[in-house]
Design a protein around this ligand. Structure first.
Ligand code: T5A
Length: 205
């Protein structure tokens, strides 16, 4: 498949949405064809699933229901949007992808990781990002940054230990998949992190 698939990962408030957008703008300004998208969501059907997933009223959602909804959203997104864009030679920048499920549902919810990996792989037809930025910050800093935002969603409301476990899972994933992961210190300034990311991406294209 042509194209380049870049994902951004990290705990809540790490700054990945900010960085994904800045990278997209940088590339578009240089006339490089790219698509900016996110998960859960990214297509009409996936956005409907996102609403169910993040709605605080669904506090009693069973963990397996949560897992399958994230995967349903991802299948639609992958086959409707990501794969066609890659086939057209575009750069696809995605704010969260399957590593989120390994970290949040695998480690956070304690669902057996090998199982999560297998069905995740099935849901995406085995599509793996070429490059994954893990923006790493301490969970206290991440949650503090989100305080200014009105209203937490269902996952953001989880206790601090949940976010700690998720961060740990991401760092393990990055260690185990060194060829595609780049760990970025999320405590730097927005501009500094952006430059670091651009330098890495330019080496790929
Ligand atoms: N989820 C998702 C799963 O459980 N399983 C899955 O498979 C998937 C795909 C999605 C939720 O779903 C869960 C994870 C999530 O809980 P969401 O609404 O899409 O929820 O939210 P998040 O992806 O968590 O993203 P956020 O927008 O909440 O946080 P970001 O992207 O980490 O941070 P960002 O860029 O919005 O920045 C947050 C704040 O910090 C500032 C920004 O200006 C902003 O105010 N900031 C910085 N401040 C200082 N220094 C920096 N370097 C900064 N960078 C950003």
């Amino acid at each position: 498949m042509e194209g380049l698939f870049i994902t951004f990962e990290g705990i809540e408030g790490c700054g990945k949405t900010t960085q994904a957008k800045l990278l997209y703008e940088y590339l578009i300004n240089r006339n490089i064809e790219c698509v900016l998208t996110h998960e859960p969501g990214g297509t009409l059907i996936s956005e409907k699933i996102r609403e169910i997933l993040l709605d605080k009223k669904n506090y009693n959602m069973v963990y397996l229901t949560e897992l399958f909804l994230y995967l349903a959203s991802r299948s639609q997104h992958t086959f409707e949007k990501i794969i066609p864009a890659l086939k057209n030679g575009k750069i696809v920048i995605c704010d969260r992808y399957f590593d989120s499920t390994l970290a949040y549902q695998g480690e956070g919810r304690n669902i057996p990781k090998q199982k999560v990996f297998e069905i995740n792989n099935f849901a995406t037809g085995g599509l793996i990002p070429h490059l994954t930025f893990l923006i790493d910050i301490n969970e206290d800093v991440g949650l503090e940054r989100l305080k200014e935002r009105k209203g937490k969603d269902r996952i953001e409301e989880e206790e601090i230990n949940f976010h700690k476990r998720v961060r740990g899972a991401y760092l393990t994933l990055a260690r185990e998949n060194k060829e595609r992961f780049r760990i970025i210190d999320g405590l730097g300034s927005i501009e500094h992190i952006h430059k670091e990311i651009v330098n890495i991406v330019l080496k790929f294209i």
